[in-house]
Design a protein around this ligand. Structure first.
Ligand SMILES: *Cc1c(COP(=O)(O)O)cnc(C)c1O
Length: 407
């Protein structure tokens, strides 16, 4: 007799985006003829630049000829692609070997799967608010009890608040796995080298492992801010980094990412190299590699032309971010983020609850955003706006907020 994995029954999130959709549809049904403007989605909107399209076509063409056809590829990903990734880190002053990279179909699956190489009794610490997959994957794996007031029993929540500049202090007790995301989704804030160094020192002291999600690293314009955790001394002994072509190269639908598991990475009962071996084992057992066509696209994205073209698209989104930031500030709304990250984190007017503000923004300005409370209890009283969108749509939405939102 088959039974259900009872841990799925503990999940509270997943409620966020369906609920946004439900409320939006209900509003549209009650107000025929109205169009809503979306500043809610963390999804890219601009087409792929020419050099990447060319790379993808090259990948397709190779499959058409017997001389260049390939089936299953290198287990860790195309060797040239991993060389190019190592080259990118070299540009940050970081030395990593190509065999420390594992190419994948995206950062979300890697973020969800990485927990499987750690013990079931590991204590997990997460930023609050956070990208939901870190929490949910560990709930499904059985590392928590039920949620009480939005917090799962067994997790260490690290509140990210106005008071700490939306980056947490290290936990006051021992955690084994520490998830960090910088530039952060949803708060749009970026950790400094000093802040990351604090976590690296903590991890080394407790033999903990940091899982660092750098999916928005390419949005950092300030040269003083770290684009990878490996810019911090000691990080290669205690940190795994996960990244993606999704937000920097518009691959949200194409699907390509990578995870760095350094060979020097150790943990409490695993000598240097043990975690690298386990991730290799996990990936070769449960994953058969990213598409060879897509990996050609990834190589093109990392070429000099590709990087220049992708940067132009990032600049385009960051102009949207500036429009949103300045537009909201002009009507006295307090905003955070949106400078080295494509998300703007706004304090709801008068400390209104996040969902209450969602309804207000929808009904008064016809704009859809994302309630901060959907990312964790410390997101209550905040709201996320996204810079991904066509510039004209973003401008129209901001104008509508300025003209129609009753403050
Ligand atoms: C969008 C996003 C990702 C990207 O995931 P993919 O599966 O590569 O598309 C990863 N982490 C965060 C925090 C994100 O917002």
């Amino acid at each position: 007799m088959a039974t259900l994995n009872p841990n799925y029954g503990k999940l509270e999130a997943g409620y966020l985006f369906p609920e946004i959709g439900r409320r939006t549809r209900e509003f549209l049904a009650a107000h025929p003829g109205v169009t809503v403007m979306r500043l809610g989605i963390g999804n890219t909107t601009e087409p792929l630049p020419p050099s990447i399209i060319e790379g993808l076509r090259r990948g397709v063409d190779k499959l058409a000829k017997v001389e260049t056809y390939t089936g299953y590829g290198d287990e860790q990903g195309n060797a040239e692609l991993r060389e190019a990734l190592a080259g990118r880190y070299a540009g940050y002053g970081v030395t990593l070997e190509p065999d420390e990279f594992f190419v994948s179909d995206g950062a979300k699956p890697d973020s969800a799967n990485i927990q499987s190489i750690f013990g079931a009794d590991n204590i997990v610490a997460v930023q609050d608010p956070a990208y939901p997959v870190y929490v949910d994957s560990n709930v499904i794996a059985g590392r928590t009890g039920r949620a009480v007031h939005g917090q799962y029993d067994g997790f260490i929540y690290m509140p990210c608040t106005r008071e700490n500049g939306f980056f947490p202090d290290v936990p006051s007790r021992k955690a084994d796995l520490v998830y960090l995301c910088s530039p952060n989704n949803p708060t749009g804030t970026v950790a400094t080298k000093e802040q990351l160094a604090g976590f690296v020192a903590y991890a080394l002291k407790h033999k903990a492992v940091i899982i660092f999600d750098a999916a928005y690293a390419a949005y950092i314009a300030d040269p003083a801010l770290p684009r990878t955790i490996y810019e911090i001394d000691g990080a290669r002994d205690c940190a795994i980094e996960i990244n993606s072509f999704s937000k920097e190269a518009g691959f949200t639908g194409v699907r390509l990412g990578w995870t760095v598991v350094p060979r020097t990475l150790a943990c409490e009962d695993g000598e240097p190299g043990a975690l690298h071996r386990l991730w290799f084992r996990r990936q070769t057992t449960m994953f058969n590699g990213a598409s060879n066509i897509v990996q050609e696209g990834g190589r093109a994205a990392l070429s000099e032309t590709g990087r220049r073209e992708c940067q132009a698209i990032i600049d385009y989104y960051m102009t949207n971010a500036k429009v949103i930031r300045e537009g909201l500030e002009s009507i006295g709304i307090e905003v955070f983020g949106g400078v080295n990250a494509p998300y703007i984190w706004m304090a709801t007017p008068g400390g209104m609850r996040s969902w209450e503000f969602f309804d207000k923004l929808l009904h008064e300005a016809y704009v859809v955003g994302t309630p901060g409370s959907g990312f964790g209890p410390s997101g209550e009283g905040y709201f996320r706006l996204s810079a991904f969108g066509h510039a004209d749509d973003v401008k129209r939405a901001v104008r509508s907020i300025q003209e129609n939102l009753k403050l």
